[in-house]
Design a protein around this ligand. Structure first.
Ligand SMILES: Cc1cc2nc3c(=O)[nH]c(=O)nc-3n(C[C@H](O)[C@H](O)[C@H](O)COP(=O)(O)OP(=O)(O)OC[C@H]3O[C@@H](n4cnc5c(N)ncnc54)[C@H](O)[C@@H]3O)c2cc1C
Length: 492
């Protein structure tokens, strides 16, 4: 029996049907909306407890098997479930489903890796907690922890900042918890240790984000208090006014007029509105004003004063308004109240005039391909528009129209999502899209722009800062000297 065959049979003994090697079964794991060439995997292990994860890592360590972990694997646009290296075991954490505890007092939930946005959102509602989960525009069935570990962004907050503590199994099978989280059962003891994320000494949590140093089994995720008042700001902005608009938003963040993330989408992105794409490009901006009534009223008047000269239309929609005739606004209100929706997944198909989606909007199985370029812009309107124009020009040369959002987070930076959609059934279209996306990355990098997330392919193109990744590289040599976990991820 070969080394690999021995390891495979050991995993089969350990997991039974939760370890699959059948290539027909593995096909679903190879499908990826980015159309990256799949890398051959040896099998898929589906643990359902941290203890099983530990046992799997122990076998893989003993047998020198490589491992690639994901939570629900909807890393769409960045490679889905495609590992950084082939000939590995995929560790599918979707079966770790426990919501271990919720604290209303200290605004957190302790969840395992496979808990989805919908599951926690529904749980909070069913139990009547006075808390909301900030949610992303991705699938209701996507995980909270996988998204946080990629440093994702919700409609209200930055997930990396919502992550208070992590429970991690290191490559040698050792279980560690970060900060002050040390209770033996991992349920958060008296609640007196999870109100403060850092612990003392170095803040270890960050080492496991966009990282390959361990497998995260659970985390403490910050929740928001249900606000007394919510108002949705919804405006349209002509592209010529976009730089001035963004600069005013920077001022508004600085003075406290806005606190949540804003989403500003171009017409291709905002196909949720169902309107056509015009030649005089118009962007749609939205953010939620939340808090006590008096604060929201003051914020509304600040936004009106600062932005009215720069927008074509502007509305403030209250959660008390009847939105039954305006389903798009109703879904946007839901998102900002912590209820995930498929509206942005639907928009992707709409903007490509495709009916080829499936019930759950699992885009890995749909007919529209998708690639991403994700720069973190300094909050400077002119510099942001310059990048948008550079990306648009490259896309146009290749015959694509980009779906772009600029998401100001605060007065310092805006994250951007530049999506390129393509026809998955055309080899020529796929090759053109890949070339175009790489060129956009290269051109923006040459101009000094930086990327906050990268796909499994662009990750290998050296966009990281060698001085910064020298630390995780040193740690990798100690914790995982054979580089068995996700080798090469983010350059480590
Ligand atoms: C229409 C549309 C809208 C979207 N909107 C958003 C949005 O608003 N915000 C946003 O951030 N993204 C968005 N996305 C992108 C993506 O779908 C989400 O980021 C999604 O949450 C990622 O999938 P996941 O939660 O299943 O993460 P996974 O795919 O499970 O994880 C992502 C990566 O994190 C690492 N990882 C995951 N779990 C573990 C673990 N347990 N231990 C160690 N490492 C791990 C792995 O490297 C993995 O590849 C959108 C995509 C589409 C198509």
């Amino acid at each position: 029996m070969s080394l690999v065959a021995g390891a495979v049979s050991e995993l089969q003994d350990l997991l039974g049907a939760q370890f699959q090697v059948n290539q027909a079964h593995l096909k679903a794991y190879y499908q990826n909306a980015t159309e990256f060439q799949p890398k051959e995997v040896l099998g898929v292990a589906k643990p359902n407890s941290p203890e099983q994860v530990r046992q799997i890592l122990e076998v893989c360590s003993r047998q020198s098997l490589k491992v690639y972990t994901f939570s629900t694997g909807m890393n769409w646009g960045l490679g889905s479930k495609i590992p950084t290296e082939g000939q590995c075991v995929l560790l599918d954490m979707a079966g770790l489903k426990q919501i271990r505890a919720v604290s209303e007092e200290y605004r957190y939930a302790i969840i395992e890796a496979g808990v989805t946005q919908k599951e926690l959102s529904d749980y909070l509602e069913a139990k009547g907690y006075n808390l909301i989960l900030p949610v992303t525009g991705s699938s209701p069935h996507s995980s909270i922890l996988g998204n946080s570990l990629e440093r994702g962004t919700t409609f209200l907050t930055h997930r990396a900042q919502d992550l208070r503590n992590l429970e991690v199994i290191l490559p040698d099978g050792q279980l560690v918890r970060t900060g002050f989280w040390e209770t033996a059962n991992g349920e958060g003891g008296l609640g007196d240790e999870l109100h403060y994320s850092y612990g003392n000494g170095p803040d270890v949590k960050g080492l496991f984000v966009q990282s390959n140093l361990g497998v995260v089994t659970a985390g403490v995720i910050e929740l928001l208090p249900k606000p007394e008042t919510i108002k949705l700001f919804w405006a349209s902005v002509k592209e010529a006014q976009l730089p001035a608009f963004l600069d005013r938003c920077k001022q508004l963040y600085r003075m406290g007029g806005m606190r949540n993330i804003m989403h500003v989408g171009n017409e291709k992105r905002m196909k949720i509105t169902g309107k056509g794409i015009s030649s005089d490009s118009v962007w749609v901006a939205m953010t939620a004003l939340q808090g006590p009534k008096g604060l929201v009223e003051w914020q509304e008047s600040a936004l009106t004063t600062y932005l009215s000269g720069l927008v074509s239309t502007m509305r403030f929609v209250s959660s008390a308004d009847d939105l039954s005739e305006e389903p798009v606004l109703a879904r946007m209100m839901d998102l900002h109240k912590g209820k995930p929706t498929t509206i942005f997944l639907q928009a992707m198909y709409k903007s490509e005039d495709s009916a080829g989606h499936n019930v759950d909007y699992d885009i890995d199985r749909g007919d529209v391909g998708m690639l991403c370029c994700l720069p973190a812009f300094p909050m400077d309107g002119a510099r942001i528009l310059k990048a948008v124009e550079v990306a648009n020009a490259i896309a146009e040369e290749h015959g694509f129209l980009l779906a772009t959002t600029i998401n100001p987070v605060n007065d310092l930076y805006a994250e951007s999502v530049i999506n390129l959609y393509f026809n998955r059934s055309s080899e020529a279209d796929i090759a053109k899209a890949h070339h175009c996306n790489s060129l956009i990355h290269k051109k923006l990098a040459d101009l000094g722009y930086k990327f906050y997330r990268l796909d499994v392919k662009e990750m290998t193109h050296g966009y990281h800062n060698p001085m910064s990744i020298s630390v995780p590289k040193l740690l990798k040599g100690v914790l995982d000297p054979e580089a068995r976990l996700a080798a090469g991820k983010y350059g480590v």
